[in-house]
Design a binder for this molecule. Structure first.
Ligand code: FES
Length: 259
């Protein structure tokens, strides 16, 4: 895995994808080193806050040496990012985290599953998996199904919405059942209740699941300890069943997690 670096990145473009969901394309020298499921730390210009905001990488464009970040505005840092315009500069730290083990999907029926702001990193994941039998199952609250059209380039695409306005009414597991989607391996990212349900579903059907817990991160760089999660393995430093999502993950084998 490539060493992380802290570098200034140039804003190439920006936009609004859905209510409160924004995208940024950033030119950075480490773009080509990013693997699906990794994230970057984005530093707010306001020096009152020294810690970066972790944001997952939605897409890599190696030719332009660029990364696409899709994020939800949740506080002052991300609100500031939404104001950046082309040719502005922003400080980036990356690549961070381990990413999805794509080799586990070789020759298998693989399903990428996402919910809410866990959807973006699965775009690059589906892209890198094309060539395998890939289905994408994405869960949204309502008809604001951001990025869903883009999955069609790389995979069969299924949508679940809580209000039933698009696709299956219910969650991603309901969509799996309704559409009889074949599945040996799952790569998923989203809120904890969804990931818990996916772990149980994978056990039920005898599939392997790899879960990105990135929604639980705060600083993203091991400094705040806000992302501790319980694991079956004992940590070699602390000798307890703990892992830091940002430095040990964010992707874990579902079988190793106590959820
Ligand atoms: Fe701060 Fe992991 S997110 S220590």
């Amino acid at each position: 895995m490539a060493n992380k670096m802290k570098k200034e990145a140039k804003v190439l473009s920006c936009g609004l994808l859905a209510e409160g969901i924004y995208e940024l394309w950033l030119e950075t020298p480490f773009a080509k080193d990013v693997v699906p499921g990794q994230f970057v730390g984005v530093y707010p210009a306001n020096k009152a806050t020294l810690l970066p905001r972790p944001i997952s990488v939605c897409e890599v464009d190696a030719e332009r040496s660029a990364l696409r970040l899709v994020y939800r505005v949740v506080g002052s840092g991300t609100a500031e990012f939404s104001l950046y315009r082309p040719d502005d500069f922003i400080m980036l730290l990356g690549p961070l985290g381990n990413g999805f083990p794509l080799d586990k999907a070789k020759g298998k029926n693989v399903v990428v599953m996402g919910g809410g702001i866990g959807v973006p990193p699965l775009i690059e994941t589906a892209k890198k998996l094309s060539g395998e039998k890939v289905s994408a199952v994405m869960g949204y609250r309502n008809s604001e199904t951001f990025l869903s059209e883009e999955f069609k380039k790389y995979s069969d695409m299924y949508i679940a919405t809580e209000d039933g306005s698009v696709g299956t009414k219910g969650n991603v597991i309901d969509a799996m059942r309704e559409n009889n989607i074949k599945c040996d391996v799952i790569f998923a990212c989203g809120p904890m209740p969804m990931l818990r349900a996916i772990k149980a579903y994978a056990q039920e059907i005898g599939a392997k699941a790899y879960l990105s817990l990135e929604e639980r991160m705060a600083c993203g760089v091991g400094a705040c300890l806000g992302c501790i999660t319980k694991t079956k393995e004992i940590d070699e430093h602390s000798h307890v069943h703990n892992a830091r999502i940002c430095t040990d993950g964010p992707v874990f084998d579902a079988d190793d997690l106590e959820m």
